[in-house]
Design a binder for this molecule. Structure first.
Ligand SMILES: Cc1cc2nc3c(=O)[nH]c(=O)nc-3n(C[C@H](O)[C@H](O)[C@H](O)COP(=O)(O)OP(=O)(O)OC[C@H]3O[C@@H](n4cnc5c(N)ncnc54)[C@H](O)[C@@H]3O)c2cc1C
Length: 382
């Protein structure tokens, strides 16, 4: 039972159907295998491209969807979350890496990268985090030394989503040693560049089909033509794009919580104990009632954030509120729903068990809950 949502029109709902068909045909039949293999098939990226699911915001002249309307992205994220399709990181490609290319790339760079970005021939990743620097991006140690027509890139990144499959990685590197947050730049590192090595596909507790890897850069010659935007401006660019990243994660979190609540509502109606369905016990009813209320309240705020962002008005503070609130809600709901499944909730073959493991990262990546609260606190208290 959900309140009617008024932010989507017929075109968004038609797009939702396309996404659902894609998930049913191209993702669901393979997901279990991908989880075992630790990575999705390369070809599914191209299928996504053929279905128009890549580069929604990329200009039509490069083959993209040509829309800045974030609601299409929100639809895609919701459907992937509801399907539990945690392996194929289309939102990372579209909503997180995409804006760096569409907003900062020169015309020449756009012509080089965007057609492949849209077709699925170029899978992308963004590499900010390092073994010694996650929340505190000012501590980044990867260096790019100016050599005239190119930079020499040295350093290591970790926890990079799409790390194994990525053909193009936006790397945050220090170009001015003493420049603090003002001394970092964004460099595009491409598959095959000498000295660019991938480490292990990391062994995670959830999101098993998603390739998350370490990346190493040893004296990589990155041509100046691969600098994104202006030198030493990375921090400003990152701050500008993180609001969308955080909203995207929040949208997935709310949809995942709703989905698990639906699954659990059905489960407690069917499962019997003490001669009647669990759903007849007051404690269970109150659990479901509380979670449904929290999910509904969250939905209202998030839909407002999606609308604001589609109109280019969502600020970093509200995006941070959406991120920590929705992901913490997801964590709470999934945990309580697992409890309501009893022992079956602990079995991997049950949807709720996967949701528990896949969802746990949500309060950590894209900025932890604590960092979100820091951002909000700073805006209110200085
Ligand atoms: C599956 C996965 C995928 C990821 N994908 C990517 C990716 O594609 N690209 C990328 O660049 N990174 C990625 N990350 C990295 C992720 O963004 C970082 O792990 C995250 O930002 C936290 O950084 P950290 O792990 O270094 O933790 P730390 O920064 O060491 O934090 C440890 C703890 O201290 C808390 N803490 C830190 N500073 C403060 C503070 N000032 N006040 C209060 N508490 C604080 C944190 O909230 C956390 O609880 C991914 C991580 C995972 C696990």
């Amino acid at each position: 039972m959900t309140m009617e949502r008024d932010l989507y029109g017929p075109d968004h709902e038609a797009f939702r159907k396309t996404v659902r068909t894609f998930l049913a045909k191209e993702v669901a039949p393979h997901h279990e295998r991908w989880e075992k293999e630790g990575v999705v098939d390369r070809e599914v990226w191209r299928s996504a491209g053929r279905q128009g699911l890549l580069g929604l915001a990329v200009g039509e002249e490069y083959g993209g969807g040509g829309t800045e309307d974030f609601r299409y992205s929100a639809v895609l994220i919701e459907e992937f979350a509801r399907a539990g399709a945690s392996g194929l990181a289309l939102s990372l490609h579209n909503d997180i890496v995409g804006p760096y290319l569409t907003r900062l790339a020169t015309e020449e760079q756009k012509r080089r990268w965007l057609p492949g970005f849209v077709s699925g021939d170029i899978v992308t990743a963004i590499a900010m985090t390092e073994p010694g620097a996650g929340s505190d991006l000012q501590g980044i140690r990867t260096t790019a030394t100016d050599q005239g027509d190119h930079y020499l890139l040295n350093g290591a990144k970790t926890f990079i989503s799409n790390g194994i499959l990525a053909d193009l990685v936006v790397v945050v590197a220090r170009t001015t040693p003493e420049g603090g947050s003002g001394g970092q730049s964004l460099l595009v590192v491409e598959r095959g560049m000498d000295g660019f090595e991938r480490g292990r596909n990391l062994d995670k507790i959830g999101q098993k089909a998603q390739d998350t890897a370490e990346l190493f850069f040893n004296e990589v010659r990155v041509p100046k033509d691969n600098l994104l935007g202006e030198e030493n401006h990375a921090f400003t660019y990152l701050m500008g794009n993180l609001a969308q990243e955080r909203l995207a994660i929040a949208v997935g979190a709310a949809a995942a919580a709703e989905e698990i609540l639906d699954v659990t509502t059905r489960y407690v109606k069917e499962r019997e104990a003490f001669g009647r369905p669990l759903a007849k016990l007051q404690h269970i009813r109150f659990e479901i009632a509380e979670m449904a209320t929290e999910a509904a309240v969250t939905r209202t705020f998030l839909d407002r954030c999606i609308t604001e962002h589609s109109q280019g008005r969502l600020d970093a503070v509200h995006a941070s509120m959406a991120k920590w609130w929705a992901t913490e809600l997801q964590k709470r709901v999934v945990d309580r729903c697992l409890q309501l499944h009893g022992g079956y909730g602990y079995m991997n073959e049950f949807r709720v068990a996967r949701a528990f493991l896949d969802g746990r990262i949500q309060t950590i990546y894209g900025g932890t809950t604590e960092i979100m609260k820091e951002i909000i606190g700073r805006s209110l208290l200085g």
